[in-house]
Design a protein around this ligand. Structure first.
Ligand code: IPE
Ligand code: IPE
Ligand code: MG
Length: 246
């Protein structure tokens, strides 16, 4: 396990080190205004900067956001290509600023199905922010928890076949080294906006012991104030990890 993964967890009284967000409700937000769904996605993308900026002040070192799932390809071609265009423009527009504000950006998910131009921009942004450490922003793009575990198992199988790993040594410390998130600590808190109480294939392995917050606010209405309140609530929770603590 990486050094970072051994960082102290957010136990009672402490804030969460890693917060993950399922940014949901863009479509409904737009619909409520009689606008096309993409209008909601644009509004949603604009919320990200404020939430990233709030992190250092409230002690959140890692923020992971779900931008596009492996299931989201089922949407209309117009919405999918609109989202892909939005991701490209977002990276181009925000790259310099993210670097200047000390944000280290990483992407998780399967890049194979993504457009080459988008992948180049993702690689470039990772590279240009690689020296930053103020806040670690991970963007899940074409990400699915099951897909990630399957890809990890495949790579592990290759290592076993080549004799680099012995089958008897495969355990719950080994597999996460093959996950996209191998350098990240597990999320302490997962927030989902828009009132849906499900995890939709997000960080399945990593969230085994995460705390969850499901809130009704639609993602484009999510503010740093709401974020700070939810993160503050977390400190009052007791995480037992299966043991008896009270
Ligand atoms: C979340 O908002 C953004 C993505 C999944 C890309 P939605 O687009 O799912 O919005 P709703 O759930 O339809 O309102
Ligand atoms: C989850 O939202 C994926 C992202 C936020 C990127 P969805 O809107 O796609 O999830 P479901 O379809 O409601 O489960
Ligand atoms: Mg949705």
């Amino acid at each position: 396990m990486s050094e970072q993964a051994k960082e102290p967890r957010g136990d009672k009284g402490k804030g969460p080190v890693h917060v993950a967000i399922i940014m949901d409700g863009n479509g409904r937000w737009a619909q409520a205004r009689g606008k096309p769904r993409l209008f909601g996605h644009h509004a949603g993308a604009k919320r990200v900067r404020e939430i990233v900026e709030a992190c250092p002040e409230i002690g959140v070192k890692y923020l992971t956001i779900f931008a596009f799932s492996t299931e989201n390809w089922k949407r209309t071609q117009a919405e999918v290509s609109g989202l892909m265009g939005l991701f490209r423009r977002y990276i181009k527009k925000e790259a310099q600023d993210l670097r200047d504000r000390g944000v280290r950006v990483r992407f998780i998910g399967d890049r194979v199905k993504l457009d080459d131009k988008l992948v180049d921009l993702m690689d470039e942004l990772e590279l240009m922010t690689a020296g930053n450490d103020r806040v670690h922003l991970t963007i899940a793009l074409n990400y699915g928890g099951r897909d990630e575990v399957a890809r990890a198992a495949k790579r592990l199988a290759y290592d076993v076949a080549q004799g680099a790993v012995q089958p008897k040594d495969v355990d719950e410390e080994t597999l996460p080294r093959y996950l996209d998130t191998y350098v990240l600590p597990d999320p302490d808190l997962v927030i989902r906006t828009s009132g849906e109480a499900r995890i939709s294939n997000f960080l399945l392995w990593q969230s085994a012991y995460a705390e969850y917050e499901f809130i009704d606010t639609l993602w484009p209405d999510f503010t740093d104030k709401i974020f700070t309140r939810i993160v503050g609530n977390y400190a009052g929770r007791t995480r037992s990890y299966g043991a008896v603590t009270r």
